[in-house]
Ligand binder design. Structure first.
Ligand code: SF4
Ligand code: SF4
Length: 69
């Protein structure tokens, strides 16, 4: 399933609280695709996110592996 790059999703996104996140990256990677700033997996908290649940996403690490498709 897909996600969308909306203001509401930016508010709900948990990426800024994630150990993998790198300051300054945009967040909502499930909709905006991978970030060149983020390279190292340190855990993913996407499955706790309301955006993940409401869009019936699967998997995580969208910041490294690319957006939900
Ligand atoms: S599912 Fe992950 S990438 Fe998408 S908004 Fe939630 S925390 Fe951010
Ligand atoms: S996509 Fe997952 S791993 Fe990447 S910053 Fe967001 S919660 Fe963390």
């Amino acid at each position: 399933m897909k996600s969308a790059n909306t203001v509401e999703n930016h508010i709900e996104c948990l990426c800024a609280q994630c150990p993998t996140y790198v300051q300054g990256a945009p967040g909502v990677f499930c909709a905006t695709d991978k970030s060149p700033r983020i390279k190292q997996k340190k855990g993913c908290i996407c499955t706790n996110c309301h955006v993940w649940m409401k869009n019936h996403l699967s998997g995580g690490y969208f910041c490294i592996e690319g957006m939900a498709r």
